[in-house]
Design a protein around this ligand. Structure first.
Ligand SMILES: *Cc1c(COP(=O)(O)O)cnc(C)c1O
Length: 423
């Protein structure tokens, strides 16, 4: 590894010194980090918390294996979606509203948008447009398309960039769906200001927090948000496919019914009534039986996140992303890498992305060297800088590996052009 010092004064040694001063350094020991790997993909699939193995064993061996169906009561399985939802509510600054851990983000987007559309239809039936970002994560767009096709007279209106929002917010807009942090570019909306802008135009707003929760300080109550959804397998380290969450502002909960009315959302599911009657509280955000094992192991990562000081987390996240951007600029300036993430730290989340004409092969060559990031069309290399378990020295080493891949054109090896089903 290089021992040089950059023009901004960074060296491997100074990165190690920054790690010694890091107030969050001890959190690294709470995760299983495979040797020889620098993991820069915690924004796509978080790592395994040490405690999750033990929790998985307990929920499988004792709660399922021995206690069996009694566990719904004795091990409080039945309360889990709402009990964990309260924890997420605290994490996102949404303690005044109602939150449940349940389903997938895609399904929760459908539930939140449907509720918003119904609330608006009762107040002003002329509002029949759903505004969204063209470069949002595709599932968000697909869910809107599905919802619009099942309604009558509704339309989707896509904005091409941030400046397009104001013009899109005409008096026919029912609801606006935005990702707080963009999955590809890492660009972050100013949630309180944009929520106010959307409300001023008479629209409700659903915030997708997939790339924010666990990485960026959030205050959905204070921001005046209407609904929020997000996943737990990214920065919350909940495990592959761990259930997502849905949050509703207190003022909307009463209007939040259907169309996915399942028995877990019923006021008294075990009355086995013929007619649906929604639960008065966060239970109405549920549909059916929940994945208890996955939820149990997810709680371990969530509990870690709740112990972290949000300001310190954000400070380290910005330090790491700034370091990455500076090192690439100073040490890889000759290569065709274009930063697509905002240079202003206030305008980004916790990942950094670059375009490179051979982005896919470059990422495969990098992964082969133990630096795991990912690739998103078109040509985008994505590096997740999770402040809970990454060190400054990991950023230094990752950029050095990237330098080798590019300087020595290691990406030209034909094996790096082959594509798997998941990029
Ligand atoms: C990761 C992600 C999702 C994932 O949705 P699932 O239904 O959990 O697969 C949705 N939206 C955004 C913005 C994401 O980043």
């Amino acid at each position: 590894m290089s021992t040089e010092t950059t023009t901004a004064g960074w060296s491997r040694e100074s990165c190690l010194q920054a790690d010694e001063r890091d107030p969050l350094a001890a959190f690294r020991d709470e995760f299983v980090l495979p040797p020889g790997v620098i993991y820069l993909d915690g924004n796509s699939l978080g790592v395994l918390p040490v405690g999750a193995r033990e929790r998985a064993d307990a929920v499988i061996t004792r709660e399922w294996g021995t206690d069996l169906i009694r566990s719904w009561n004795t091990n409080r399985w039945f309360e889990m979606p709402v009990r964990l939802g309260e924890k997420i509510g605290r994490l996102i600054g949404g303690g005044d509203g109602a939150c449940a851990v349940t389903d997938t983000t895609s399904v929760n987007i459908f539930k939140a948008l449907s509720a918003a559309v119904r609330i608006q239809a009762a107040a002003d039936p002329a509002r029949r447009v759903i505004v969204a970002e063209r470069d949002n994560f595709p599932t968000d767009l697909y869910v809107i398309q599905g919802l619009v096709s099942s309604l009558h007279g509704y339309d989707i209106r896509l904005i091409d960039d941030r400046d397009g929002l104001a013009a899109a917010l005409t008096d026919d807009v029912a609801v606006t769906l935005l990702s707080h942090v963009n999955y590809r570019t890492g660009a972050r909306w100013d949630m309180p200001a944009v929520t106010a802008q959307i409300h001023a135009a008479g629209s409700l707003v659903v915030w997708d927090l997939c790339h924010s929760v666990g990485a960026v300080p959030l205050d959905v109550d204070g921001s005046g948000a209407d609904f929020a959804v997000g996943c737990t397998y990214k920065y919350l380290n909940g495990g592959p496919g761990s259930p997502a969450f849905i949050w509703s502002a207190a003022r909307h909960l009463a209007g939040m019914t259907g169309p996915l009315t399942g028995w877990w959302g019923h006021r008294d599911p075990f009355a086995m009534a013929v007619e649906f009657a929604p639960a008065p509280d966060a239970r109405r955000l549920l549909v059916g039986t929940q994945p208890i094992i996955s939820m149990a192991t997810m709680e371990v990562g969530l509990d870690i996140a709740l112990r972290v000081d949000a300001a310190a987390l954000r400070e380290k996240s910005i330090a790491l992303s700034t370091l990455f951007i500076d090192l690439v600029a100073q040490r890889l300036g000759d290569h065709p890498l274009t930063l697509v993430t905002p240079a202003d730290p206030d305008a980004r989340g916790s990942h950094v992305s670059y375009r490179h004409p051979e982005g896919y092969a470059v990422m495969q060559a990098l992964i082969d060297r133990g630096v795991i990031g990912d690739y998103r069309e078109p040509e985008v290399l994505r590096f997740g800088l999770t402040p809970l378990y990454l060190r400054h020295v990991d950023v230094w080493d990752a950029v050095e590996h990237l330098r080798r891949v590019l300087d020595d054109e290691l990406w030209r090896d034909p094996q790096y052009a082959r594509r798997g089903a998941v990029t």
